[in-house]
Design a protein around this ligand. Structure first.
Ligand code: XMP
Length: 326
């Protein structure tokens, strides 16, 4: 039967059968999927696996630390960290078109990952064994939504599925291919991953880069990170993490509106809250969050985040709106 325990055991057996004595690498994105995939493979083959974390600087507050400290502490995995924040900021400089942003982030991610990979391959080869396997945290819905399934179209480029180079030199290990998100979380808990990682709501690969409507820069990232951290903390404090599928927080960086704070006129940016309920992200409805909670989030963001003087709520279902704004 389908307990998390059974799924984990079965996948660990399969991974061992596929990989044998071979070496593998796994990219960690900061998200649940890659963390659970890596934890499964780590449990199956131990130090034959090296995890790679490319910090693209588009993560939310605290997320890089969760990978660099908590993931390693709970799994004992071998981790290689590539700090590539500068690379991504430079490549995204002045870019506003959503698909262009996605393509740049996808392309730079592959380059950064390949550079990290080359360093690991060289190191592992010097210890006698080439790296043959690449672990991916691909879920069942990723395959369907990226046009891998029948009768689907590619609405947005999901770079974790569509963006692999064609001459891939690795054999893929995809232990989550048949699973949905809730099953992945259950397996992660079974493997002892901390709740901050396992309970995390879905977060897109291109990160905050596609939640800044307008060009991405460090100042805007910092504004969005603060607003997002407040919104997430209040949602958690209200006990609504399980009811809300995810709540993107979006910065309308090219829009400004007039406000008043104390006796000052302000001219600041709006923040959009996009809480949605969903089963699998293919369709979604906007979440009817309690007014008290919305009010608290709004007050805190406008009081605590410099540069933001207005908070608005997105009340669009999917379709016609997608969950993310870009
Ligand atoms: P949309 O905006 O298409 O999002 O309704 C559906 C779900 O997918 C997530 N998302 C992504 N996940 N790479 C990912 O790994 C991506 O490029 C990406 N774009 C969107 C989004 O957060 C939502 O859960």
């Amino acid at each position: 039967d389908w307990t998390a325990d059974n799924i984990a055991d079965e996948q660990i057996e399969r991974i061992r059968a596929q990989v044998g004595n071979g070496k593998a690498i796994c990219g960690l994105s900061g998200g649940v999927d890659s963390a659970v995939a890596a934890a499964l493979v780590q449990r199956a083959i131990g130090d034959q696996l090296t995890c790679v974390f490319v910090n693209h600087g588009l993560l939310r507050e605290g997320e890089a630390e969760q990978v660099e400290k908590d993931f390693v502490a709970s799994t004992g995995a071998k981790l290689y960290i590539a700090d590539e924040r500068e690379r991504f900021l430079t490549a995204l400089d002045g870019v506003t078109d959503p698909e262009t942003k996605r393509k740049i982030i996808g392309r730079e991610f592959i380059r950064a990952f390949e550079a990290a990979e080359a360093a690991i391959i060289a190191k592992e080869a010097s210890e006698g064994e080439p790296v043959k396997f690449l672990v991916q945290g691909t879920l069942y819905p990723d395959i369907v939504e990226s046009g891998g399934g029948e009768g689907t179209s590619n609405i947005k480029s999901h770079h974790n599925v569509g963006g692999l180079p064609e001459d891939l030199q690795f054999e893929l290990v995809e232990p989550l291919r048949t699973l949905f998100k809730d099953e992945v979380r259950a397996v992660g808990r079974e493997l002892g991953l901390p709740e901050e990682i396992v309970g995390r709501q879905p977060f897109p690969g291109p990160g905050l880069g596609i939640r800044i409507i307008g060009a991405v820069n460090e100042e805007r990232l910092s504004i969005l990170r603060k607003a997002d951290a407040i919104a997430r903390a209040e949602l958690t404090a209200a006990g609504l993490d399980d009811e809300v599928w995810q709540m993107p927080v979006v910065l309308l960086a090219d829009v400004r509106s007039v406000g008043v704070q104390g006796d000052h006129r302000t001219y600041g940016h709006p923040i959009v809250l996009r809480p949605v309920s969903s089963e699998d992200a293919m369709t979604a409805d906007w979440s009817r969050l309690p007014y008290d909670l919305l009010s608290k989030i709004s007050n805190r963001i406008t009081n605590e985040v410099d540069g933001v003087n207005r908070v608005v709520l997105d009340v669009t279902s999917k379709p016609p709106g997608t969950i993310e704004w870009e």
